[in-house]
Design a protein around this ligand. Structure first.
Ligand SMILES: Cc1cc2nc3c(=O)[nH]c(=O)nc-3n(C[C@H](O)[C@H](O)[C@H](O)COP(=O)(O)OP(=O)(O)OC[C@H]3O[C@@H](n4cnc5c(N)ncnc54)[C@H](O)[C@@H]3O)c2cc1C
Length: 422
């Protein structure tokens, strides 16, 4: 047995939302960590991010001060009539459906309050909780091996670090997935192309209002066959975030990164959209981003290595729930790791974490993919029936939003205590 009272050395791989969330939770609970991040500094990929009640609850349970800071930066929908809607569904076609008599398609709940943020603002808030000497930038891990109760990380620059445990938060294509699943489920290591790519950008709100009139300023989903556009306000209403979704069932053969494209190609993809919506393309980066997910993950841990965030359960973005699942992971895991009395209890903590978190997070992955089909009119039973789409949309999110994470944490703590005979 490793010595009782010895503080485990824990490495966090990756400083995205997942890595920073678990770091905040552990630092708050006095558990020392080192974060290794491949990039040279904190950096946010993408533009805006929206959080449902479950994500906000997770933030609270990680560190109440994190929630307080998020509350200062969050952006609600602009008009009171949309306060409780995650989005208002409209047609993407010319006139937004007016010709059909369609004026509104609210999806939400009385207990739901729309809130979003600029990713850079969120990152700045999260980074403010991390002492600078906790993060080692420019450290791209190449492999992780396990030997004699140690996880050994080899970095691209030749450095080798041995720690008691690694929490892999290295994103959808992270190498920690290989370390956990490579021997036991090699077919699950690589992410699966989710059959969709996106274009995205941010436009100043004044410009968005000039282009879209009263439709700007609130979360809207403009729907069409095999495609769509989501807009929502960020940066305290000063900017509008937008994402175009393009279904493309062919396999993705253009590599991992976003692929440069022309404005003409983007416009061709969005044929049939109201011309006002196409004007937003002037503010889009001319990049085609493939989207990936992990529909199957046999386990979130293997010995002293565990997975958190997208590397465990990357999902399609259609339920705006992916980062929220990483936050829930972090809330559960930081409470568990705070109970550790000796490094040989680490594996038990990961086992309990896996049992509590994996079924829920994997269900989010699968239902997010289904939501993509639904909102892009590709659900076989519902097709383009907007009334049915809304009926379904208004049912499908409650189990995500209303989840009782506090009870999960209590269950995790008592199961850990039972297994460790505390
Ligand atoms: C279009 C779109 C919209 C979305 N909208 C929402 C939303 O509204 N709400 C929501 O909850 N979720 C949303 N998501 C999902 C959300 O963006 C992700 O779930 C979340 O950002 C994942 O965070 P992460 O920290 O797990 O991974 P990442 O953000 O990918 O971070 C991984 C980090 O690890 C680092 N790294 C990678 N490899 C290595 C290595 N080998 N060594 C060291 N470091 C490494 C990277 O540099 C990076 O900093 C959306 C996703 C998309 C694509």
């Amino acid at each position: 047995m490793e010595s009782l009272g010895a503080r485990p050395s824990i490495a966090i791989l990756g400083a995205g939302i997942g890595g920073l969330a678990i770091a905040i939770g552990l630092i708050k609970r006095g558990v020392p960590v080192t974060i290794y991040e491949a990039a040279g500094q904190f950096s946010a990929v993408g533009a805006g991010i929206g959080f449902g009640p479950n994500s906000l609850n997770a933030i609270d349970l990680i560190d109440r001060r994190f929630r307080e800071e998020y509350n200062k930066a969050k952006t609600p929908n602009e008009k009171a009539e949309f306060e409780h809607s995650v989005f208002d569904a409209l047609y993407a076609e010319e006139g937004f459906g007016e010709k059909r008599g369609w004026t509104r398609g609210l999806v939400g709940a009385p207990y739901f309050t729309r809130s979003s943020a600029h990713r850079q603002d969120l990152l700045n808030i999260m980074a403010s909780f991390i002492p600078r000497d906790t993060v080692k930038f420019g450290k791209r891990a190449q492999s992780i091996e396990q030997r004699e109760n140690k996880a050994i990380i080899t970095f691209q620059d030749g450095d080798v670090v041995a720690v008691d445990a690694v929490i892999g938060c290295d994103g959808v294509k992270g190498i920690s997935r290989q370390a956990v699943l490579g021997d036991i489920a090699p077919e699950q290591v690589a992410p699966v192309y989710s059959g969709m790519y996106i274009y995205r950008g941010i436009v100043p709100m004044d410009k968005a209002k000039e282009l879209l009139g009263t439709h700007a300023g609130d979360a809207k989903w403009f729907m069409a066959q095999g495609k769509g556009l989501v807009i929502y306000p960020i940066s305290k209403g000063k900017e509008e975030n937008f994402v175009y979704f393009i279904s493309n069932k062919k396999s993705w053969t253009d590599g991992d990164a976003a692929v440069p494209c022309t404005k003409e190609e983007m416009e061709a993809d969005l044929e049939g959209f109201d011309p006002r919506l196409l004007k937003l393309l002037d503010h889009a980066k001319p990049l085609r981003w493939p989207t990936w997910h992990h529909p199957k993950t046999l386990t979130y841990y293997n010995g002293r290595i565990c997975l958190l965030g997208d590397v465990a359960h990357a999902s399609s973005p259609h339920q705006a729930a992916g980062a929220g699942q990483g936050l829930e992971d972090a809330a559960v895991l930081c409470h568990l790791l705070a109970l550790i009395k000796s490094p040989d209890q680490l594996e038990t903590a990961f086992k309990v974490y896996d049992a509590i978190r994996r079924p829920r997070a994997q269900k989010v992955v699968l239902t997010s993919y289904d939501a993509g089909l639904l909102y892009m009119w590709q659900d076989e039973k519902i097709g383009d029936d907007m009334d049915k789409i809304l009926e379904n949309a208004n049912q499908r999110l409650h189990w995500i939003w209303l989840h009782d994470l506090k009870t999960d944490i209590k269950k995790a703590e008592s199961e850990f205590a039972r297994l460790c005979q505390l």
